[in-house]
Design a protein around this ligand. Structure first.
Ligand code: HEM
Length: 238
């Protein structure tokens, strides 16, 4: 048994799970790989982001204001707008920090003996990078468990050294990163632009994390939404 922050697992079970996951992954054709790796991660990130926004309505209002100011009320948000919406990017980074879709990245194997943080790692050792623990470590982040998109103001891209690594790093880093940022940005941005969102009740949205190799919500998000005048106007033109 070993502990990886909140991930406390039996190494044998983990090895088996990864072995099954990786062998299945390797037998898939490239389009299947891209679909599997790209859909759950992107959809899950949007669900976490909207849940966080519902629990922090002032952040939602600020994001809506940014979109309204930048885009106006005569057209829908477009992929090209994402780069011009820094606060929306901050929300995405903060969501991926708190709830990284791949919390343990993809396992590595040491090709030769090395030393990591003072520990001797023999050649052929399976190595897991606990991105979740790095992202939520109070040594790395002030108010680590708080949702504060402003902490990323001024940051270019989706990495902050090795403190923020939602897409992994190096040769096996996520090849879909650029697409994911555009798709999550467009999906989330459209939902914010076109609808007003409210929680179903007075209680906060349940943010419990489900079990699994990817980070998904234990309880699917339920929310009320109302089309904003901009959406009604634009949809009536279609
Ligand atoms: C929010 C969305 C996404 C997140 C958070 C995410 C995150 C990750 C992470 C953490 C890894 C492991 C990287 C590592 O171990 O260094 C990974 C691998 C991968 N991702 Fe993504 N991903 C996302 C979207 C996508 C999309 C849209 C695609 C493609 C259409 C994609 C394709 C892949 C593939 C093929 C791999 C395996 C790469 C390899 O083993 O060399 N991902 N992703």
């Amino acid at each position: 048994m070993f502990s990886l922050g909140k991930y406390s697992v039996r190494i044998g079970i983990l090895r088996q799970l990864y072995f099954r996951f990786i062998t299945q992954f390797l037998t898939l054709q490239m389009p299947q790989v891209l679909l599997i790796a790209g859909t759950d991660t992107s959809a899950g990130t949007m669900e976490w982001a909207l849940s966080l926004l519902l629990n922090h309505p002032h952040v939602l209002r600020k994001a809506q204001l940014e979109i309204d100011n930048h885009i106006g009320r005569d057209r829908l948000i477009d992929e090209a707008d994402i780069a011009e919406l820094p606060y929306l990017r901050c929300i995405m980074n903060e969501t991926l920090r708190l709830y990284p879709a791949g919390p343990l990245l993809i396992p590595r194997e040491s090709s030769e003996q090395c030393s990591v943080g003072g520990y001797r790692v023999p050649a052929g050792t399976m190595l897991l990078v606990n991105a979740w623990a790095i992202h939520n470590d109070p040594k790395n982040w002030e108010d680590a468990r708080e949702f504060k998109p402003e902490r990323f103001e001024g940051l270019e891209g989706n990495r902050d050294g090795f403190k923020l690594i939602p897409f992994g790093s190096g040769r096996r880093g996520c090849p879909g990163e650029a697409l994911a940022v555009r798709m999550v940005g467009l999906g989330l941005g459209s939902m914010i632009q076109c609808f007003d969102w409210e929680r179903v009740g007075k209680e906060l949205v349940d943010m419990t994390e489900g079990l699994g190799l990817s980070m998904h919500k234990a309880e699917p998000l339920m929310a009320y939404c109302r089309a904003r005048p901009v959406a009604a106007k634009l949809l009536s033109q279609i």
